[in-house]
Design a protein around this ligand. Structure first.
Ligand code: 3PG
Ligand code: MG
Length: 397
């Protein structure tokens, strides 16, 4: 895989460099303000280095999941503002992706200036399953660059035009972020120092089945919390009230538990509430005492203590997915407790995922006390599953 340094060795001054970034940041539903700018900060090393080297930097990204047509709530305009603040120089925003505004914005760039194109997913060609439709869009995008840099680690698992088809059309290299992410994650799939403990949370088992399958032979301990734990608890024959439950996966979870050789640790207590609401009445109960009318929204203190003890032994840790509804203070203690246990462990720790990374920052934890905070949720999981990632494969070609 060629890297940014290879591109610099060729010289980029005055050249147009198209950078695919993942600037898919969370926005406040009411105000539209950026609530976590971690993904913007994560591309600064690449974009900043290109600016310094005098390239004309054309940044492109998706945001959210618009349906192939312009949709103002998913505009990247606020991101252009924040990127400019962080770079300390204005970012020229194109109000379309490959139209007149994009063409003139790119044409007007001086050396060392930065443009940001409007949301790639305002164009059906970006995510199309049809090769020709994707290819036609990729042609238009590729026309804006003399070289292509992929720094969108969070999107490398997507076979999308800007990720997969553009690098086939331009000299292409991996950006600093993609390179660092791959270096770190390859340590986990290679020969991790043991004990290797993985913590998985988040709402759905269905999102994590493949990674659980892939990790079971490798890990020493797999700690499961978050909404997904209830399908496992049900598989143990427990009643879970009105908690999140994927009924069709109970059997699969039972099978995983049987095959796990005792590696899987489940909660022993949970915080149950009357409703999914920040001010709902709530109590901590044992997992065999979940009332039929209440739902679990966090792991309980005894579970935090048990998980923390397992984490304190670890030499390598991977964590993906919150342990509870951490956005609501009443249900944040589990996620906070686990995050703190990870920072205290004398281990190489990797936090995977948009949500877990956002949780670390939202809870005010010190980012530098983790070994690595990945910008990719789905991407880091698919990497650990051992899947071929279209964006990485395209860079290796
Ligand atoms: C993410 O947030 O996981 C990445 O930006 C990818 O977004 P997507 O899941 O909508 O493709
Ligand atoms: Mg996602």
């Amino acid at each position: 895989m060629r890297t940014l340094d290879d591109l610099f060795a060729e010289g980029v001054s005055g050249r147009r460099v198209l950078v695919r970034a993942d600037l898919n940041v969370p926005l406040d539903k009411q105000t539209g303000a950026i609530t976590d700018d971690g993904r913007i900060r994560a591309v600064l090393p690449t974009v900043g280095a290109l600016v310094e080297a005098g390239a004309k930097v054309v940044v492109c990204s998706h945001l959210g999941r618009p349906k192939g047509a312009p949709d103002p709530q998913f505009s990247l305009r606020p991101v252009a503002g924040r990127l400019g603040e962080l770079l300390g120089a204005p970012v020229h925003f194109a109000t379309d992706t490959v139209g007149d505004s994009a063409r003139s914005t790119v044409a007007d760039l001086a050396d060392g200036q930065v443009a940001l194109l409007e949301n790639l997913r305002f164009n059906a060609g970006e995510t199309s399953k049809d090769e020709a439709e994707r290819g036609a869009f990729a042609d238009q995008l590729a026309a804006f660059g003399d070289a292509y840099v992929d720094d969108a680690f969070g999107a490398v698992h997507r076979k999308h035009a800007s990720v997969y088809d553009v690098p086939a059309r331009l000299p292409h290299v991996a950006g600093r972020l993609v390179l660092r992410e791959v270096e770190v994650l390859s340590k986990l799939t290679g020969d991790p120092e043991r004990p290797y403990v993985v913590v998985l949370g988040g709402s759905k088992v269905s999102d994590k089945l493949a990674v659980i399958e892939a990790l079971l032979p490798t890990v020493d301990r797999l700690l499961i919390g978050g909404g997904m734990c209830f399908t496992f608890l049900k598989a143990q024959g427990l009643e879970v009230g009105t908690s999140l439950l994927e009924k069709d996966l109970v059997e699969t979870c039972r099978n995983l538990l049987e095959r796990s050789g005792g590696k899987i640790m489940l909660p022993v207590d949970v915080v149950v509430a009357d409703a999914f609401a920040p001010d709902a009445a709530h109590d901590t109960v044992r997992v065999d005492g979940i009332p039929s009318h209440r739902l679990g929204l966090d792991i309980g203190p005894e579970t935090v203590a048990g998980f923390s003890a397992a984490l304190s032994q670890a030499k390598t840790i991977f964590w993906n997915g919150p342990m509870g509804v951490f956005e609501m203070p009443a249900f944040a203690a589990g996620t906070r407790g686990i995050a703190e246990a990870i920072t205290k462990a004398d281990a190489f720790s990797v936090v995977g995922g948009g949500d877990s990374a956002a949780a670390v920052r939202a809870l005010g934890l010190d980012e530098s006390s983790f070994g690595h905070i990945s910008t990719g949720g789905g991407a880091s999981l698919e990497y650990l599953e051992g899947k071929a990632l279209p964006g990485i494969a395209a860079l290796e070609n």
